[in-house]
Structures are given as C-alpha cells and as structure tokens.
Design a protein around this ligand. Sequence first.
Ligand code: PA5
Length: 446
Amino acid sequence: MAIKLNERYLKNFVGTHELCGMSGAVQTAHEQLTAKSGMGSDFLGWVDLPETYDKAEFARIKKAAAKITADSEVLIVIGIGGSYLGARAVIEALKSSLYNSLKKPTPDIYFAGNSISPTYLNEIISLVDSRDFSVNVISKSGTTTEPALAFRVFRDMLVEKYGEDGAKARIYATTDAARGTLKELADKMQYETFTIADDVGGRFSVLSAVGLLPIACAGCDIDALMQGAGDAMREYSVPDLDKNPCYRYAALRNILYRKGKRAEMLVAYENSFAMMSEWYKQLFGESEGKDKKGLLPVSAVFSTDLHSLGQYVQDGAPLLFETVIDVKTPQKDFFLKECPENSDGLNFLSNRNMSEVNRKAFEGTVLAHVEGGVPNIILEMPELNEYELGYLIYFFEKACAISGYILGVNPFDQPGVESYKKNMFALLGKPGFEAERAALEKLLNE
Ligand code: PA5
C-alpha cells in the first residue's frame, strides 16, 4: 500500500457514521464505473490502462526517447491541458522544478503551445535557436488552437534548420489513431506517431504516450511508473470503504463538500510538487466543476505559501479543507551545520537535517490549521519516485471518477471549455462565426 490515508486530523469534522453513510453511494459509483453504465462511460480507457497499455507502442516510446536523447539538446513538447500538464508534472516531481538548469545527460524540455502569449513563445524560440532540438506535438483532437499555432512555428524552425527530411525525423506526433488535422498531417509527412486512445480523455492521459514520451525523455523510469499505477489499480478495485483508501478519500471530500466546504487545497512541502498540483487542479476542476456544483481545486506549496495564503487558510472565510501530500523521505536532504557566532540565533536548528525542520513545519501547520477549523486530510507517501508517483496518479484519477459520480456529474466531459473558444473564434473573425461576432462586439463596445 503506497498511499496511506491519514484521517487523524478530521476527527472534529467528520463522524464515523457519516463515512458509513457514504458506503451505498460509493458502491453505486463503483458499479457504474466497473459496469461502464455511468455518465461518460465511453471514456473509461484509463481505468485498466496500467495493465492493458499497448506494449509495442511502449517499446517505441523508449526507442524514440533514446533517439531524442542522442540527437537533441532540447525537446519542445507542444500541448495544452491534458496534453501537457501530466508530463510536466511528473518530470518536475521526479527530476526537479529546476530540471532544465541541472547538469544532466538528458535534453532540456520546454513546454510550448500551452498559452497564446507571444512573449513566452519568443522566449522558447530564443532558448532553442542555436541548439539541436526535436518536437513532440501532442493533441488528441489535433485542432486545438494553442498547440496548433506553436507547432506551425517550431515545424518551420525545424525545416529551416534541418531541411524537410531532417525535420520529419525530429517530429513526434501524439494524437488520435484515426482522426483530426494532426493525424492527417502526421500521416502525410510520415512523422513518427503515437496514439491517444478514443476512450482516454485528455486529463486522464498522462499514463499513455501523451505523458510517457516526454517523461521518458527526461530519463524517468516509465516501467516503474506504470508498475506503481498497476499496483494502485489492483488495490483500488474493491468497493469496501475500509479496504479502499482511494474511495474513502472520495467519500470524505463529498462529506466535506456537503458540509459547506467549497474548495480543496492540495498542499505539498516540496517545490517540485507544484506542477503535480496543477495537474490535480485540471483533473478535478474539469471533471467536477459543472452543473453549478463541485469543489474548487486550489493548491499551495508550504512553507512558501504560508507567507502568502497562510493567513487566509488560518483565519479567513471557512470555505476550504486541505489535502496534504506528506512525503516521508525527501529526494535529497541537507545537513544544517552549527555556526559558531550564532548571530541569527538559529543554532537550535543545527546538527539536524533540513527535512526535520520541514517536517516540524508540516506538523505545526496542520495543528494550527485544524485548530483554526480547517479539516486536513493527509496522504502519506514513502517517497517521490516513479513507482510512488504512478501510484498517486492512479489514486487521484480513480478518486476523481468516483467523486464525480457521487456528486452526480459526468466526470469525463468538459462542455464549459467550449464557451471561451467560441467567443475567441468569433472575435477573431473565423468563418462561420459572423453572427456571434456582431453580438460580442456590441457587448464589448457598450
Ligand atoms: O482534458 C481535456 O480533455 C482537455 O484539457 C484537453 O486535453 C485539452 O483541451 C487539449 O486538447 P487536445 O489534446 O485535443 O489538443
């Protein structure tokens, strides 16, 4: 059992009888998921992906990663949302939030096409300009504006630098097996192609080629990642709340939501976890935030954010509960030496590892926040390695699906994401949006 759910700091907020009262709803959600009878059941390919993944493609991913490592100083990963966050999250959590600045045998990895900022695009261009690079363009639909725009730019740069054939050998396309503009282009240009299965939605796709190719390029052990996810899949397959911490977590979130909590703050004590929290925010935000329901997923890195958000968490409106990732052993520790003059008065911290100071910060904070009326769920992990992270990813994916079903929403669609796109296309004069454009311009000019 890699993830331990510690409920000690929920005692004053959730009664045992309330958890027992959730067993029926959890059982129903579990049956909907396993019988594929719930909402969005066309998108359940992620449920057994850690076992059923395409082994031949997995071997090709490793081969492609080895080639990219050998011929590229930089890999540009182009994608947005579910086609971006998971890869970046895993790389930063396992390697470092400063991955690109570290001395390493693997390429620098820059993420592009995840915004429409011209400033950011120019910065990436300048970073890659004089260096050998490859591109992994990732888009399930193959039509998303942000990555499509970025791909135009980097494809042109590759052609200019290496010629048409040289560019082809440096472009890796991860997209739908059969449909979409990117798939058509990849077939026509004979790019090496990896597949996003029809039944795996973007935010549930990190354990497919979407995440695995960039993750492998960063030198992470993708076998261990899948092994962890596979073991989690087996552990979390029983609908018994006493035996399934993942379902228990989903039930606890729901109880707290029904008691008036409106936000879940995912807290970590490692900077490298910040992007994992971004991934979690997309996973839960897009899955649950619909029909005017759902917890708002927010995140913090402590102790950093104790100096910004700490005041609100402790004393502000009682909207939120915290879910704290408690990694028992850090990837690296630091021994604090004694300083003879002790001018800063910190010698009471000497001759200890910094991890001990971080742990006391964690303990002190949990106690203070609970005292302040903020429920705390603790997710304990032995360490942040590939196996444990694969386990955690699957834990959150399954908890999210069960949470969504308990909440009565379809956890696998995202209809709300379309509204901004429609307006943006209309305002940009895309053919077919003429009527919307006139109406929107009137609103803007009122
Ligand atoms: O979770 C989702 O489905 C979305 O975030 C998509 O991943 C995102 O919009 C990118 O879509 P696509 O991969 O089709 O470019």
